[in-house]
Design a protein around this ligand. Structure first.
Ligand SMILES: [Zn+2]
Length: 360
């Protein structure tokens, strides 16, 4: 198979829609699991493994003829500019994972603005290409807690965010399909989930992928595709690194979350790459990034019923109105519907909303 023949869909011999493949490029000690155990001031003293592991990812993609999106920390770009150049040279999309892996809901709008600006500058400098995609560390963009995030990203030159994880982490019901949470903000491409009864099943990679039997995960992604949705998969370079250092002091639950299934991750990824068609995020969602200009509009400019109600309800009334005080607060451009406009439990919302319990 020729990688040059189909830049976005190099695994095009695989039937089915093209899903988006992405990697969050960070080192093993920058994971949230280690926050509190490894201070940032120690980062530069620890053995860095991110470049070697990311090069393994590049080789895996090259062997499969796949192009993907690399959401990369500015901190990594600063120290490994040759790796950034090689990511771009291989035809992948270079995107931002912020600078220092700080959770968005913890740092506030002003520091977030600085973080995403610095990261974008460093990445563009190293890669020599425009960087317009963003993924928040630990999917910490939360419609309730960070209602300014999508506007700040637009002001910093980004076009899209892939930073919301439907389910409890989102802090409330959110659409399962791309939408623009604020008219002045970037498009959100939420991580893939499947609504099963009252639950939101993540179908997007990382720890939940490692914890799920492969055939079950593949069946769930096929179901997403059969419903007409394209998935977004993600993983980290440290997830294909079973020999990474073990730090003493990690709790049993965090140890399990971090190390579960690392031995099997690389072969499972190779299998997954062959089972579905994959492309870069900005390419797979090109229509959505080009078209929507208002909350709840789909790529053709039509009402996206669940998206509109959810967007205004979850972001307009609750977050933009109640949680966005201060000089950085964006203005909601559309009036919010009254209570009762949204019933995310209704089966009709299956394809668009996940009825998630509120995060504690
Ligand atoms: Zn991360």
């Amino acid at each position: 198979m020729s990688a040059a023949a189909a830049p976005a869909t190099a695994s095009a011999t695989t039937p089915g829609p093209v899903n988006a493949m992405s990697i969050d490029v960070e080192d093993w000690f920058q994971v949230q699991n280690y926050a509190g155990l490894i201070g940032r001031e120690r980062w530069d003293s620890l053995p860095r493994r991110v470049e070697d592991r990311t090069r393994e990812v590049l080789a895996l993609f090259a062997a499969s003829g796949i192009r993907a999106t690399f959401f990369t920390l500015g901190w990594v770009a600063e120290r490994h500019p040759a790796l950034i150049r090689d990511i771009v040279a291989a035809g992948h999309e270079l995107a931002s994972h912020g600078y220092g892996h700080e959770r968005v809901f913890e740092i506030g709008a002003a520091r977030f603005r600085e973080d995403v600006r610095v990261a974008r500058d460093l990445l563009e400098q190293a890669g020599g290409v425009a960087v317009t995609g963003y993924r928040a560390p630990t999917f910490s963009v939360n419609p309730g807690a960070t209602p300014w995030a999508h506007v700040v990203l637009a002001e910093a030159g980004y076009r899209y965010s892939s930073s919301i994880f439907p389910g409890p982490r989102a802090g409330g019901p959110v659409p399962l399909t791309p939408w623009r949470p604020h008219p002045d903000g970037v498009v959100e491409l939420p991580m893939t989930a499947l609504r099963l009864g009252p639950a939101c099943l993540p179908v997007s990679g990382g720890g939940p992928f490692r914890a799920t039997p492969h055939t079950l995960f593949a069946a769930a992604l096929r179901r997403v595709n059969a419903a007409g949705r394209r998935g977004i998969f993600y993983f980290h370079p440290w997830e294909i690194d079973p020999d990474q250092p073990r730090m003493p002091g990690l709790s049993a639950s965090r140890r399990l979350r971090h190390f579960l299934g690392l031995q099997r991750m690389a072969p499972r990824l190779a299998r997954l790459l062959g089972e579905f068609a994959w492309g870069r995020v900005e390419t797979v969602f090109a229509a959505e990034l080009a078209a929507p200009t208002a909350p709840g509009r789909d790529a053709a400019g039509r009402d996206a019923p669940g998206g509109e109600a959810l967007g205004r309800e979850a972001l307009g009334r609750e977050a933009l109105g109640a949680g966005a005080a201060g000089p950085n607060a964006p203005r909601p451009a559309t009036p919010a519907p009254g209570p009762g406009a949204l019933d995310p439990c209704a089966p009709a919302h299956d394809a668009r909303g996940c009825n998630a319990p509120r995060a504690a």
